[in-house]
Design a protein around this ligand. Structure first.
Ligand code: FBP
Length: 556
């Protein structure tokens, strides 16, 4: 295979494991802790998950585990958007399995959860595995967003698992995919089948985290890659001195990526959707914040700057949130009629006529392309596909209009030329940073131990992540303990709760303490590219978010 020099070098990288996973696999036991219950909606969740509600949390500790030596067949699914490190999760499962029993087999289901339903299966052997170690992407088996929800789909998934004589299925995914894993674990248990289901916390968005899950994998690499690009743009902006750059950043709901990138690069403006919601800021107020920075910088003769716009922003602005909620219900109810309409203009008019007065006014005020983007298909889990909405352009256009008004009133004398960017897809398949390579391998190895121990309905958990990898702790968190009830596709569904940016958390406070100065200064910070080889302080450093959350870092 003709691969790049970096790819060849990364094949030789040996991911670091926590001490507890470094010895013989049959000397790692799954110690049971107290029963873990969800924070909210307990009765509804207990009713929805009678078999897997209230499971104990698990910590891996030294102790005998004969089950790890049994011959097993395990199936693995990559689900949802790619995130750097997915292949290392599979490598961790593979190596754990083979260390336990060389006759054990690992199967990959192609194209996400749909692959399990349709039995699109391939065996992952040592030669194939070795071609994907420490590489980015999900292309070893492919990914997809199919939601397993109908009784027929659950039966088909079970039929596949039995046909392949699977002892366990590992779902590598985000909140929605792990909700699927929880439903699957419950279904197998209800059928009396001893097929374990384990989840692994994946998503660049960083919003699958809680007390026991310190971060989702992929966030580290993706946010470092975007920070590199943003830092470079900051410097370009300060060099050319003629553009304001509006950069939309991935992160469907939570603004963890935007916040991390802001801490790393110190842009002039960075919006945190969660704050916009908490302060009930209108879109007009959001635009005023950009305008204030543009005007202040123009007074210093600096007609350039950088603004970070989270892709989920529109869903947090109150008037848009109300509009989106109405649109979600309306489009779910009238899907066929809406899709039967040929032209975009006709579709917009159809929607506008069915909205309540306030939302109809907001909808009508939008540029036509943005209004159409808001009506685009929801994903199979009912999420608005915010990556398709050009929010950064909307903000830039509105700022331009407002600045023109100020100029006409003699209150602004600067020049305003803007460029727009969207950083998202380019970060999802990067070579995993050392942090993600190590973390993912450890998560996969842990998922193997959970499955071998016959534990089902757990999310693989590796903690203490700001310490050296040797000191990381491994275990399992019951999936149902992370759930709540949410409105999806027009009805209430049990789903894993998204972790949004906490406004009283250390990362946001750090940002809030500096942003007024950053709005005016051009003292950008240029983080540069991810370093894969070299001193540990360059190569193994976790994100500012993780360091600040764990109290391991002062200052940005
Ligand atoms: P996951 O939650 O599946 O990890 O995906 C996250 C994400 O990258 C979001 O940031 C983005 O909005 C979305 O996927 C894009 O989805 P798609 O790949 O379907 O366009």
């Amino acid at each position: 295979m003709d691969c790049s020099p970096l790819q060849s070098a990364r094949y030789a990288y040996a991911p670091k494991l926590p001490n507890i996973l470094r010895g013989s696999v049959d000397k790692v036991a799954a110690a049971r802790g107290p029963a873990a219950e969800p924070e909210a909606d307990r009765e509804k969740l207990r009713a929805a998950f009678p078999k897997t509600y209230g499971l104990p949390s698990i910590k891996l500790a030294a102790g005998p585990n004969e089950a790890a030596r049994r011959r097993m067949n395990v199936g693995v699914i990559l689900s949802g958007g790619p995130a750097p490190g997915g292949h290392n999760v599979i490598a961790g499962i593979f190596d754990g399995l083979k260390a336990g029993n060389p006759a054990s087999r690992l199967f990959g289901f192609r194209g996400g959860p749909g692959g399990l339903v349709e039995d699109k299966c391939m065996e992952i052997d040592a030669a194939l595995m070795d071609r994907y170690r420490n590489t980015g992407g999900f292309d070893l088996v492919g990914s997809g967003r199919t939601k397993i929800e109908t009784p027929e789909q659950f039966e088909a998934a079970l039929a596949t698992a039995k046909r392949r004589a699977l002892d366990a299925v590992v779902v590598i995914g985000g909140d929605d995919s792990n909700t699927n894993a929880a439903l699957l674990a419950e279904f197998f248990a209800a059928k009396g089948e001893a097929i374990a289901v384990a989840g692994v916390p994946k998503t660049i968005d960083g919003d699958l985290k809680n007390e026991s899950i310190e971060t989702s994998f992929g966030f580290d690499t993706a946010s470092k890659l975007y920070s590199e690009l943003i830092g470079n743009i900051c410097r370009d902006s300060a060099s050319g001195r003629k553009y304001w750059h509006f950069i939309k950043l991935m992160g469907r709901s939570a603004t963890h990526i935007g916040l991390e990138c802001a801490l790393q690069t110190r842009p002039n403006v960075a919006f945190i959707s969660e704050e916009i919601e908490a302060k009930a800021m209108s879109l007009g107020a959001v635009v005023e914040e950009v305008v204030a920075s543009v005007v202040a910088r123009a007074e210093k003769g600096e007609n350039f700057g950088v603004a970070l716009v989270p892709e989920g922003l529109v869903e947090f602005v109150p008037e848009f949130k109300a509009l989106m909620a109405e649109l979600n219900e309306l489009l779910a109810k009238h899907e066929a009629a809406f899709k039967a309409l040929k032209g975009a203009a006709e579709q917009r008019e159809f929607v506008r006529a069915k909205l309540g007065a306030a939302s109809a006014a907001v909808f009508a005020s939008l540029p036509a392309d943005i209004a159409s983007q808001l009506c685009a298909d929801r994903d199979p889990h009912g999420n608005v596909q915010v990556s398709k909405i050009e929010t950064e352009k909307l903000v830039a256009q509105m700022a331009e209009k407002r600045l023109a008004e100020l100029a006409a009133a003699g209150k602004y004398k600067g020049k305003f030329a803007w460029q727009n960017h969207f950083f998202g897809y380019e970060g999802r398949c990067a070579f995993p940073s050392n942090f993600d390579a190590d973390y993912c391998y450890s998560l996969g190895y842990t998922a193997f131990v959970l499955a071998a121990s016959g534990l089902s309905g757990y999310l693989s958990s590796v903690r203490n992540l700001t310490a050296p990898a040797s000191e990381w702790e491994a275990g399992g968190v019951p999936l149902v303990s992370m759930m709540n009830m949410e409105r999806r596709h027009g009805s209430d569904k049990p789903v894993i709760k998204k972790a949004l940016v906490e406004l009283d958390g250390a990362p946001f406070k750090e940002f809030a303490a500096h942003r007024a100065a950053w709005a005016i200064s051009s003292d950008y910070r240029v983080p540069g590219g991810i370093q894969y080889f070299g001193p540990s302080e360059l190569c193994d450093r976790p994100t500012a978010t993780l360091l600040l959350e764990k109290g391991a870092r002062k200052g940005s």
